[in-house]
Design a protein around this ligand. Structure first.
Ligand code: DGJ
Length: 722
């Protein structure tokens, strides 16, 4: 573009700014600017730091892209929408026809109505801007008012242009026991993509969340960063197309591959929200926005409630549950000061008894051989010890060896013409949540248990299989491609019913560990199981990645046995506690296996956690030294909103001679305030700073030395404003 042409274009844009309607979508610290003009496509020209003077955006001239581009030919790889109209026409031309703004409790909803120029296809492009956190959700509502059915071959939730520069994308990949590993790469020419097609456990490998750092290599607490999170539990697709030297185009939504969606006349589809966040305080700033948004707006169920300390029976006894064994574990956790006991897998089955993982899912009756006195006796045993009671279920699943499958072979996800491929135990199958009968069944699993043991406080909802047999007995032949969407809408329906009846039941979202860590499900779940890997060293990496998008109150982190069952690694109890304490603390072992000295330590650590729990679960997280930086150290901290109380965690997880020793810097403090440093859960000599006071500025700029001896040394430091 020549300089003269650029000046003309700027002048044209400035003129447009005066004649057309600007829609400024604001959160407390961010703005997104749209331009709506009758019979024209909706445009987006800015997303970043909050602005009030719109003119400067147009005079600066940076971005000018369609806000929700639809396919109609041309060379672009980035369409949010692709429609085959009733007459076979594949092109869509959306133009603005009106808009509304509506105030809600913690947000403002902007609905911009669009219509195809020649067809009665209506699309509402929606933005919800929060006033209690810097998050803007965007989604679309697509309505078919054409003569006959239309087919959506792409139906993304949102589109966002980003000015090209030295931009890097941060995304997460993993697998069982190694979830949410962080990857960073510069955005270059062509297409970057993260997509998932597992069907049921959409966070099992990659995650529906990315960040784009606009000012070079991603940094935790500096630089401009945009985050994008899809609030959906099914297959998804994020793509960033870099077509030229000027712009990156981010498109994100449901993965449309094998999921063409037909709308009959009069039908509509609402796409799941894409939650956008912007911060000039690095990735940590974006994380804090997501944490706050999740806690304050029920994006994690009951997000402002403090979570209880629990013992889960899985790694302690696996399938070998018994009244006596459970009571021993209850004694153990109650002696340590825990508050909740959860019986994991292995408690159910009649004709087929759940003695291992190959049968009985769906047969939610107590195995009276293992538990002759039934679940109510266990609930009572917990109550007698002052503990709340919790239980494990996997309601969307069955096994070929189950009474449920014998009775309802057509309830599984599988095409009637196919022999089902099985999963776990060689027998596991997944139920078809698109089927309303199955939705009722799933509701009744929870409702039935609640009727039998009304004081149940907690349920761990597991899901250990995928949509491996694509096809549905329930969906009609021409709607088979709806399965991925219909499954998750059906699951949501069942969860809505459960939540309507049991709003206070604490639900954990588990899927072979962190296989379902997504904001599609978290509005129904209080927490999620971060990973089946409880090795404290590897947890540093998994938890670090997970915390980039999810708040500490939702992250279930358990202290388990040593040697660790997944890795065989031997790690001291203090380090295991110090790592588990940065989320919702729990235990996953037989407490009776701890030595007396360890039990005394555990008791003290549990008591300490209770004192700092509000700071961790409801505070603002600052990740500081990343374990991914390969120094062998990691550090992070949590601080209250008023910056008066903070907890800092320092870890050393590798050790070699003449090892690099970092200076530990703090973050998020009030620079002008004075803080006293006290070590918590200390098991050695006091450090040189113990009990001394420092200004926030000094702690953030100069930092302190922290004596960390050999491998698996860690310290927890409380900072109290004086
Ligand atoms: C997978 C979960 O991730 C584990 O925590 C445990 O509940 C098992 N399933 C039980 O089968």
């Amino acid at each position: 573009m020549t300089k003269r042409f650029l000046l003309m274009a700027m002048a044209a844009c400035a003129a447009l700014a005066l004649s057309a309607k600007d829609i400024l979508v604001n959160t407390p610290n961010t703005s997104l600017l749209l331009k709506a003009e009758e019979n024209q496509p909706l445009h987006i020209s800015y997303y970043g730091e909050r602005i009030s003077d719109i003119g400067q955006v147009y005079y600066a001239y940076s971005l000018w892209d369609q806000a929700y581009p639809a396919f109609s030919g041309g060379g672009s790889n980035s369409h949010a929408l692709s429609v085959k109209h009733w007459d076979g026409n594949m092109s869509t031309e959306l133009v603005y026809i009106g808009d509304t703004q509506q105030s809600e409790a913690n947000s403002t909803l902007y609905v911009i109505s669009m219509k195809d120029k020649a067809y009665d296809l209506m699309v509402d492009v929606c933005y919800r801007a929060y006033n209690n956190s810097d998050v803007i959700e965007t989604w679309s509502v697509i309505r078919n008012q054409e003569k006959k059915p239309v087919t959506l071959t792409k139906y993304a939730s949102g589109f966002l242009p980003l000015r090209r520069g030295n931009a890097w994308v941060t995304h997460q990949h993993g697998t069982w026991a190694a979830e949410a590993y962080v990857s960073e790469e510069p955005l270059q020419d062509g297409i970057f993509e993260v997509r998932e097609a597992n069907g049921a456990r959409n966070a099992f490998s990659s995650r529906a969340n990315i960040m784009v750092s606009l000012d070079g290599k991603p940094r935790e607490n500096e630089g401009r960063v945009v985050g994008a999170v899809l609030c959906w539990s099914g297959p998804y697709r994020f793509s960033i197309d870099t077509p030229d030297q000027k712009v990156h185009h981010l498109t994100a939504g449901i993965n449309e591959v094998n999921a063409a969606y037909t709308l009959k006349k009069g039908e509509s589809l609402t796409t799941p929200p894409l939650a956008l966040a912007y911060s000039a305080e690095g990735m940590g700033g974006v994380s804090r926005s997501y944490h706050r948004w999740a806690r304050l707006n029920n994006k994690v169920h009951n997000g402002t409630a403090l979570r209880k300390i629990l013992l889960n029976s899985w790694e302690g006894v696996y399938f070998d549950v018994s009244q006596d064994g459970m009571e021993k574990m209850m004694d153990g956790i109650s002696d340590l000061g825990g508050e909740l006991f959860v019986m994991d897998d292995g408690w159910f089955g009649s004709k087929y008894r759940r003695t291992r993982d190959n049968c009985a899912l769906g047969d939610w009756v107590t195995d009276t051989v293992k538990l002759p006195r039934g679940i109510p006796a266990l609930e009572k045993a917990a109550a007698d010890r002052g503990l709340k009671w919790g239980i494990w279920i996997e309601p969307e699943m069955t096994n070929t060896k189950s009474e449920l499958y014998e009775k309802h072979p057509d309830w599984i996800v599988c095409h009637p013409n196919r022999k089902p491929v099985t999963g776990r135990g060689g027998t596991q199958l997944i139920l078809d949540m698109s089927n309303p009968e199955v939705q009722d069944f799933v509701f009744n699993v929870v409702d039935g248990l609640m009727k039998e043991t009304p004081n149940t406080y907690y349920m761990k909802w597991d899901a250990n299989f995928d949509i491996a047999n694509f096809g549905s007995h329930y969906l009609t032949a021409d709607n088979q491609s709806h399965l991925y969407v219909a499954y998750h809408l059906g699951l949501q329906k069942a969860l809505e019913r459960i939540r309507a009846k049991y709003p206070d039941l604490v639900l954990q979202c588990c899927a072979s560990g962190g296989g379902r860590v997504n904001y599609g499900l978290m509005p129904y779940f209080d927490e999620f199981w971060v990973s089946d890997n409880t090795d404290a060293q590897q947890r540093l990496f998994i938890q670090w990645g997970t915390s980039m998008f999810f708040p500490a109150c939702a992250m279930a982190q358990h202290v388990s046995a040593s040697p660790n069952h997944q890795t065989g690694r031997v790690i001291p109890l203090k380090f295991r506690f110090d790592v588990a304490m940065t989320g919702r603390l729990g235990m996953e072992m037989k407490p009776g296996d701890l030595t007396e000295k360890e039990q005394a330590y555990a008791k003290m650590a549990v008591q300490t956690y209770k004192e700092i729990r509000p700071i961790i679960q409801q505070g603002n997280q600052y990740r500081i030294l990343s374990p991914y930086d390969k120094t062998g150290y990691a550090s992070e901290m949590y601080i209250t909103d008023d910056k008066s109380d903070a907890v800092f965690f320092a870890y050393k997880f590798e050790h070699y001679a003449n090892m690099f020793r970092p200076r530990f810097h703090f973050a998020g403090l009030d620079p002008d305030a004075t803080y006293r440093l006290t070590e918590l859960c200390r098991n050695g000599n006091p450090d040189h700073w113990e009990g001394h006071t420092f200004t926030g500025r000094f702690l953030m700029q100069q930092g302190v030395e922290i004596a960390l001896g050999g491998q698996f040394a860690s310290k927890v430091i409380r900072l109290t404003r004086q």
